[in-house]
Design a protein around this ligand. Structure first.
Ligand code: FAD
Length: 401
């Protein structure tokens, strides 16, 4: 069996790792010109689903590097008002036997570098999928913008929120704007003054600070226990990691109407302009919070428009399927988008391995889709609902048709 994956993100790469471990031939086609093309240095929370999936798809050595390079912020997810009075304390349960008790915080770029290990020959950059054709005798051919094509037994669309595979395969699947905009950045902890500014209460797994008109600031630390290269060098010297320093992820969010600019202007702004936009949104808030927002590294800032998929029913299974944000992009309110993509990768690896051991391919893919549609759309609904109650994105629209 030969599997084609469109997209080398946090869903496509773990699937490629899992298939490689299972001895299944795989090729990944990524539109970006290289692995370090975009700003990928943001923080990702990895929960028990994500950890379990990574353990299943990575080599034991690579999994050890992942665990050694992840921050361990504990299970607290508290909510404060804009004067830092505690509104709601929440402590998630710790899960025995998992690193960090099942609650880790990683740098996206670091995780991608670990997920790329051993795959250099299988990932093709500068390959933007434009369409595919299902071949009558079986198999599928993917066509790329540069005029090339690739044929395999199965095509997996792991090509993210704007998935070209989804748009061709499931044109009825909607992705909608939830009305919320985020200014996502980092406060470097390189100097101790910045670290000392943030009290321990605000250094949990995720802290939400809510102000007037449901504006909010989200805070989450990424703190390493040892230098990145040292950890990889000790455990698996073949895994090359870029060094990174401790930081506090700091997100300022508000409804789109509260920004004094159009989306077009927002997405054309540079770091200093974005920071200048963030500060008025926290005017009059507790001085410590204003200082934290003021310390966002301008070079790290980027705008995010919160979008969500609208759950759909099952479709007729073929030799094309979808995984991750391509099918179930969700509001980041509870931080499970990556974790759900990782879970997809683990289950799809198992089902494709069954297909190499005699289970009919369509039956194996159907079993994956039936299971994935259940837990992933539950996560989409849960994320939309909690986000709407806490910080004001639109509720999930009723599916059409
Ligand atoms: C700021 C931010 C913070 C987040 N924090 C968390 C968190 O804490 N926890 C969590 O669980 N989730 C989090 N998420 C969500 C998470 O990033 C996504 O759910 C996750 O990346 C989905 O992985 P994916 O592989 O489906 O998509 P992506 O990671 O987006 O990868 C898709 C890949 O496909 C490529 N591609 C696109 N189109 C094509 C094409 N036509 N042909 C070929 N390649 C293509 C893209 O370049 C990209 O590399 C966060 C998201 C953001 C933006």
């Amino acid at each position: 069996m030969h599997v084609i994956i469109a997209g080398d993100g946090l869903g496509g790469l773990p699937l490629a790792q899992g298939l490689r471990q299972a001895g299944i031939s795989v090729a990944v086609y990524e539109k970006d010109p290289g692995a370090a093309f975009r700003n990928q240095g943001y923080r990702i929370r990895i929960n028990s689903d994500g950890i379990t999936a990574l353990k299943a798809v990575l080599t034991p050595q690579a999994f050890e590097v992942f665990a050694a390079t992840a921050g361990n912020p504990g299970p607290r997810m508290d909510t404060f008002d804009h004067q830092l009075n505690l509104l709601h304390a929440q402590e998630l349960p710790l899960i025995q036997g998992l690193p960090g008790g099942g609650h880790l915080a990683v740098n996206r770029m670091t995780l991608c570098q670990i997920l790329l290990s051993g795959l250099a020959k299988s990932v093709h950059y500068g390959a933007r999928l434009t369409r595919y054709e299902i071949n009558p005798p079986g198999g599928v051919t993917a066509y790329f913008a540069d005029g090339t094509s690739a044929t395999g037994d199965v095509l997996i669309g792991a090509d993210g929120v704007n998935s070209a595979v989804r748009q061709q395969y499931l044109p009825q699947a909607q992705v909608v704007d939830a009305g919320l905009r985020l200014l996502y950045g980092k406060v470097p902890f390189a100097d101790d003054e910045a670290r000392a500014l943030v009290p321990p209460d605000l250094l949990g797994l995720w802290t939400t600070v809510v102000g007037a008109e449901r504006r909010f600031v989200g805070l989450a630390p990424v703190q390493y226990r040892q230098p990145m290269r040292q950890a990889a060098g000790r455990i698996a010297p073949q895994i090359e990691l870029s060094d990174d320093s401790d930081y506090l992820a700091c997100v300022v969010g508000a409804r789109r109407e509260q920004f004094p600019c159009t989306d077009q202007e927002l997405f054309a702004m540079d770091g200093p302009q974005l920071r200048a936009l963030a500060l008025p949104l926290v005017k009059g808030w507790h001085p410590r919070l204003v200082e934290i927002v003021a310390r966002q590294d301008p070079a790290s800032l980027f705008p995010v428009s919160v979008r969500t998929s609208v759950p759909i029913g099952p479709w007729e299974t073929s030799s094309v399927t979808l995984l991750g944000d391509a099918i179930h992009v969700m509001s980041p309110a509870i931080g499970v988008g990556t974790n759900t993509a990782l879970r997809d990768a683990r289950i799809l690896t198992d089902r494709l391995a069954q297909a190499t051991n005699g289970r009919p391919l369509t039956e194996a893919l159907h079993a994956y889709e039936a299971e994935m549609l259940g837990y992933s759309f539950d996560a989409v609904r849960d994320s939309a609902d909690r986000g709407h109650r806490m910080v004001g994105p639109d509720p999930l629209p009723t599916p059409q048709g």
